[in-house]
Design a protein around this ligand. Structure first.
Ligand SMILES: Cc1ncc(C[n+]2csc(CCOP(=O)(O)OP(=O)(O)O)c2C)c(N)n1
Ligand SMILES: [Mg+2]
Length: 551
């Protein structure tokens, strides 16, 4: 068979459900021939981001695969930001593109294979048909083992998949790869537990490895066993049930208090590396314990007192056993739970007026509060966008199931929330999948609403139209600076609901606070009929949210 058909057959053996593209790639003809679904987005960045959203929503249990045009016509480069985002955020996605054929190699200034090395876990050039199983086997090994990240294969064909001789699947058969995990060193586990049990004011700080390593149940058991409060990083939001009495949130008063004052930070499933949307707590006076799968994450920002290198799920199982060994009785701490409760109350008091506001334009917090109480949080996935939607939702939204909320971003690319929701919907067709976006995010997404309609990706979009890049107003860049670039065309003049309606999507514009809930219900009904829905909510600017510690 043709080499490209061989690749598609291997993707199918690996459980690939669709190929995300814009519009063609060397393997798309083969995908049609082999009956693999093709989802065509309207730009390469969203083709890659959709695969990313799919992998995130499933925590890599299903791997998103994209295909873009490369070689001597490397137009897929326009999507490289999406690969960089997947690399920084640690999403396992597989990209298949073409490099130049050996006959044409070394003649162009831009070496696409070389350029992608810095933004992928692995980039490789597949030089011959017989080696296709080897490269695919290695790709899935890296996608399913260790710290996750994007893998990009450049096959030695032209843009139409020509140039490689036929592939013989009987002679060079393929077997799917399971991926491998390892526990921590038992001595490290023992020392970490000893440190935790002797701390006076410990906190557990959770990052995204917990969800990728399927360790949410173990996290819950561990936190309850040791009665230590839990903070989630933005990308780990929803890893821990957010209505739990031990949960402190992502940001704001309870986090400031407990993280700021902690004598031990028990970090699970992450690097503790800096980011604009992360806490930098002061390390002084704090014992740092770090559980992570990648040794390159250890001793980075903080000198680590106790590290355990291993898979979060396996390490948490070890930790639970070790705690039981060192401290047989379950430690209840009512005073701590009361203190957490009162700090949470204080936080919600700050937002109460906004959450229940009847003002026009609508307060965005009112929209989020109504949204939170209308969707089925036991069977939904919500994502945000860059800007206030991230900052406000990560302050007050309470998710109840793992990946009930997809928080993202250090390479925080405007617009990605739509791909997160669409990826979640493709992975879980029976789930309510929604995203909230702002005035900047929507304009990055806009053409891709056509793809939602055509592909029947039945998500709900909520556009918080506050007529501005609300977080970028006067003063944002420091004293004396008054950026003219924060205001965009006002909602008096521009309506995104009308624009999206013109693309063929069900849409509504909401201006009355009391219309938010009925409009969300109508949108979800449209989704149940298999179609996407769009709500433009005319809002005020309200750049108020919890802080990130900068200790
Ligand atoms: C691709 C990209 N460019 C720039 C930024 C920086 N950025 C973050 S938020 C923002 C403005 C967001 O404004 P809007 O979408 O209206 O949201 P609001 O804060 O008003 O709710 C910008 C420019 C980014 N995150 N991603
Ligand atoms: Mg805005």
């Amino acid at each position: 068979m043709k080499a490209t058909n061989g690749i598609i057959r291997i993707l199918q053996q690996e459980g690939t459900e669709f190929l995300s593209v814009m519009p063609v790639a060397p393997i798309t003809i083969a995908a049609s021939e082999e009956k693999l679904r093709i989802v065509m987005m309207r730009d390469e960045r969203f083709a890659i981001a959709l695969a990313d959203g799919f992998s995130r929503a499933t925590n890599g249990k299903k791997i998103g695969v994209f295909a873009i045009q490369g070689g001597a016509f490397p137009v897929g480069t326009i999507g490289l930001g999406a690969i960089a985002q997947a690399y920084e955020d640690g999403t396992p996605i597989l990209g298949i593109t073409n490099s130049v054929t050996p006959a044409n190699s070394g003649q162009n200034r831009f070496d696409w294979t070389q350029q992608c090395k810095g933004i992928t876990k692995w980039t490789a050039y597949v030089p011959q048909s017989d080696r296709i199983p080897e490269f695919m086997r290695r790709a899935y090994t890296y996608l399913r083992t260790g710290r996750r990240g994007p893998v990009l294969l450049h096959i030695a064909t032209d843009g139409l998949g020509r140039g490689l001789p036929d592939y013989d699947e009987t002679k060079f058969p393929y077997e799917p790869v399971k991926g491998w995990r390892h526990p921590g060193d038992p001595r490290d586990v023992e020392l970490a537990v000893r440190a935790l049990l002797s701390a006076k004011k410990p906190v557990i700080y959770v990052e995204q490895g917990i969800v990728y390593e399927d360790a949410c149940n173990e996290l819950l058991e561990f936190a309850e066993l040791v009665q230590v409060p839990v903070i989630a990083a933005l990308m780990a939001k929803s890893a821990f049930p957010e209505d739990h009495p031990l949960y402190l949130g992502v940001r704001d008063i309870p986090v400031d208090h407990f993280l700021g004052g902690a004598d031990l930070v028990f970090s699970l499933g992450g690097s503790l590396a800096p980011g604009d949307f992360k806490h930098y707590f002061s390390g002084s006076g704090k014992v740092i314990v770090q559980v992570d799968i990648d040794e390159r994450d250890i001793n980075v920002r903080y000198k680590v007192d106790h590290a355990i290198i291993g898979d979060s799920k396996l390490v948490l199982q070890q930790l639970i056993q070790e705690v039981r060994k060192q401290s047989p009785r379950k430690r209840k701490n009512k005073a701590l739970l009361d203190a957490i409760g009162s700090f949470k109350d204080k936080k919600m008091e700050k937002y109460r007026k906004a959450l229940e506001s009847n003002e026009k334009p609508i307060n965005p917090y009112r929209a989020y509060w109504d949204l939170m109480h209308t969707i089925d949080r036991k069977n939904s996935t919500l994502s945000h966008d860059s800007g206030n939607t991230r900052d406000q939702l990560s302050t007050i939204y309470e998710a109840l199931i793992p990946r009930g909320f997809i928080g993202w971003g250090n390479v925080s690319s405007l617009g990605f929330g739509m791909a997160a929701a669409a990826g979640a919907k493709l992975a879980y067709p029976d789930r309510e999948c929604l995203h909230v976006t702002g005035d900047a995010g929507i304009m990055y997404q806009i053409g891709n609403y056509e793809a939602l309609v055509r592909e029947k990706i039945a998500i709900t979009t909520i556009h918080i139209n506050n007529s501005a890049f609300g977080g970028y107003g006067p003063g944002f860049w420091g004293p004396g600076h008054n950026p003219e670039t924060s205001l965009v065309t006002s909602s008096d003049i521009m309506s995104t609901a009308r624009t999206v309606e013109g693309l063929g999507e069900y849409s509504e514009r909401v201006e009355e606070p009391d219309e938010v809930v009925p409009a969300i219900k109508r949108a979800l009904k449209v989704n149940r009929s298999g179609k996407p829905a769009f709500l433009e909510i005319v809002c005020c600017q309200y750049p108020v949210y919890g802080a990130w510690l900068r200790g």
